[in-house]
Design a protein around this ligand. Sequence first.
Ligand code: IPE
Ligand code: IPE
Ligand code: MG
Ligand code: MG
Ligand code: MG
Length: 315
Amino acid sequence: MSTVNIVDRTCLPFQWQELAFEVNGHLEKVLDPSQGFPSNLLQAMRHGVLGPGKRLRPVLVVLASRVFHAKANPWPAASAVELVHAYSLIHDDLPAMDDDDLRRGRPTCHKLFGEAMAILAGDALLTLAFETLAKNYPSSISAPCCLELARGIGGAGMVGGQVQDLMWEGKIPSESPLGESLPGEQELERLHSRKTGALFQACLRMGYHVSQGQKTENSREDLLDLLDQYGQNIGLAFQVTDDLLDVEGNCQATGKRVGKDARKGKLTYPGLLGTERSKHLAGELCSRAKEIATQFGPGGLPFVELADFLATRDH
Ligand code: IPE
Ligand code: IPE
Ligand code: MG
Ligand code: MG
Ligand code: MG
């Protein structure tokens, strides 16, 4: 098994690239060797986190906080969500789940460090995320952030979505049209909204919470609701395009194996609706998200740019 040289993965909008770069610096500090972790555990955690990911979730935290208050400190919350995301990817790749050997252009965590260490690295990242929140904010900020994050990734959120994903696995025929006993679009939307959308929404809400306690520059109450709506749309759009990339994308750009969803009989948008309808849906969700972002006021532009990127991304 070899490492793949992934092509330029930095074609995100300019401000996103800058912020993603800054996120990396903060993640380095959170995963500093002075933590006192066994060195092989820390190595596995660093492998899972510090590879070339897009850092979309932490950047969402930062930008959401800036919509409400430019001087808020979003970095611990931004780091926490990326730690959680990395844990979810490590576990998602395990043999008991998607059984993948390539992630971010490199061997998956369990391929390099073994299954037990990959499970434990995921556990430690999840725990470190909550520690990072609790350690770096007063309880008036850390408590609501912990709550949003726990809700987003727990049984009613990401973990619940992963369970649904596994429940349907192998039940979807790869060739023939779907019969009536098979799931409808509503079930798929719920699955994807939990599996992926819930964490996106949590990121935006955490951005709002870290800005509280500062004198708010922007106290429009409707903004939190707008952020929720934006998160719902891009969260779903993101997973629809992820499914599409598994069908039409390539390993060089995505840094992951492709064609696996159909082989495993996963419940996906292209599998259920076909690629053309899925693309149309992704485009519609991104347009809706853009329309919502134009109501954010100052600070809304990067959200518009992100929606544009998500509609056309190749990684
Ligand atoms: C992959 O997420 C997992 C999904 C929820 C589809 P990303 O595509 O954001 O992965 P990285 O962080 O850029 O590697
Ligand atoms: C993973 O979805 C969602 C997570 C919660 C990690 P996928 O299984 O489609 O993600 P990839 O394609 O492996 O990145
Ligand atoms: Mg999966
Ligand atoms: Mg997977
Ligand atoms: Mg996928």
